[in-house]
Design a protein around this ligand. Sequence first.
Ligand code: GDD
Ligand code: MG
Length: 351
Amino acid sequence: MKAILLAGGKGTRLRPLTLHTPKPIVPIFGRPFLHYQIDLLKQVPEIDEVMLSLNYQPRRIEELLGDGSELGVRIRYVVEPAPLGTAGAVRYAGDALTESVVVINGDVLTQVDLPAVIRLHRERRARATIVLTPVENPTAYGLVETDEVGNIRRFLEKPRPDEITCNTINAGLYILEPETFDRIPKDTAWSIERSFFPSLIERGETFVAYVHHGYWIDIGTPEKYLQVHRDILDRRFQAAPFAGEAPATWIAPGARIEEGAAVAGPAFVDEGVVVKAGARIGPYSVVGQDCQIEEGASVEASVLWPSSRIGREATVRQAILGRRCHVGHSVTLQGGVVLGDRSVVTDFSRL
Ligand code: GDD
Ligand code: MG
């Protein structure tokens, strides 16, 4: 069995972070996001190849993941000549397939029981099965209506508030039968959500829902990107180094917390970080490799990518900083600020 990870989007909502780091490999506690998705696929030993469907900055992703041997999977890269949309990408990657395929949006993190989804697909002899999850506000997602026995009745991508009829949305995980791919025109941009799924309903195909009530998130906005870190620190999603009984604060063996500096967890401080005297790392901080936190600075509820420097007496609260940022002396960053790689914030600035 094969899997296709749809990882070709531009990640516009995560700009400027995604200008140099495509969304599928943004770090979560120092690990590229796709590693977490590959962990999920490894629940299914039958999957013998993961196809990464790419078009935006494919080289960066390939360099990082290689042939997959380090992750214990076989990875094949399928780079589209131009963005083909979510359905076009599936057809382009999966044209030669003859058996059921698992398709996953490259930006969702979930603890869904994937083997159970595949079992349901087979029991129902479905042509397509999609995972649904309940959310409070479906407007940012694909709304999916089902009947009493779990057949999909209606699919409405990005509904307006007055179009909301239920709380279940498309979680971005599908089991598809390749013989349905002939509904997707070749080499044309085509949407799985707006065109392919509605066409299955129109033709009365067996199109089945698996409703997942556990953890699920789409990491594609700065708010959700911060939230996924909080959720892992709070163990709402189990992942290393916080899974199970592990302490809520992880300080890498090679980090240096100077005397008189404080770390108040839950928090993550990666290799090579230096926290100087009088500095404070507060709850829900994620400090990437080789960051330097100067005397009297304070970091809280923020995610810092590697190699940034936070100047003396600066305050960073609820912010995301790309790589190699330089935050000056007595700067205040707060309230959802997002800085791209190599940003320089002058002493005493307030953002
Ligand atoms: N290869 C390829 N080519 N991948 C693409 C393309 C493309 O042209 N366009 C988008 N993708 C990938 C993105 O990288 C992402 O991983 C996934 O497809 C979904 O695209 P998003 O842009 O993140 O869509 P969304 O979050 O607005 O909505 C989708 O996900 C929701 C769940 O998170 C839809 O599938 C919704 O129905 C769903 O509810
Ligand atoms: Mg998304």
